[in-house]
Design a binder for this molecule. Sequence first.
Ligand SMILES: CSC[C@@H](O)[C@@H](O)C(=O)COP(=O)(O)O
Ligand SMILES: [Zn+2]
Length: 222
Amino acid sequence: MTLQEEYSATTEEKQRALAELRNIKADFSGRGWFPGTSGNLSIRVGAYAPTRFQFAVTSSGRDKSAQTPEDFLFVDESGRPCEATALKPSAETLIHCEIYRLTGCGAVFHVHTVFNNLISEWFAERGSVPVDAVELIKAFNIWDQDARIDVPIVPNYADIPSIVPEITAALDPRIPGVLLRNHGIYAWGANAFEAKRHLEAFEFLFEYAYRMELLKGSARRG
Ligand SMILES: CSC[C@@H](O)[C@@H](O)C(=O)COP(=O)(O)O
Ligand SMILES: [Zn+2]
């Protein structure tokens, strides 16, 4: 068995991953989370080592509100397609690769929303979004009384490979997500269920943080 074969998944596992991605993509599309072909999703399949893994990822530039046979392809740890295909993996595949390499997680979801863009710009100089004592922090399995978290924000560059070392440096192992400034959130988890829970929690907390800043501002104005 070649190394590639050792890390490739069974046909059944690949089909299960694609079915799960189709359901997740339809769900997120229903929430309006893929404006203008933005967003990308991936689920890891097969054996894992930080230097050898494979995952299914959305193909680049497509309307993610549509369901077609060309929506996904499988790539390896370097982001290269695992088989001959005319499809192009997401332009941000290297970010998924780095998150899998650093965390060993099972799924990575990326969406652009107005709230995640606004809050990442508002707190950009601070370098993270502070969230204090909100119950939904428990979605990240943080159960401290009055827990406080800081969601990392990294610079956004047109050259995607330049973003990767920023994520490597900023990633907090306690926080399953990272914001790209004025771009969007990457959320991950051990599997698609957990990554979806984390993404929903992040989007709730970003809207909460945005509205809390407005309340504080109006209170200061009196
Ligand atoms: C078209 S704006 C969004 C893209 O530039 C990118 O940020 C994105 O999220 C989707 O890129 P894709 O290559 O389709 O995965
Ligand atoms: Zn994006």
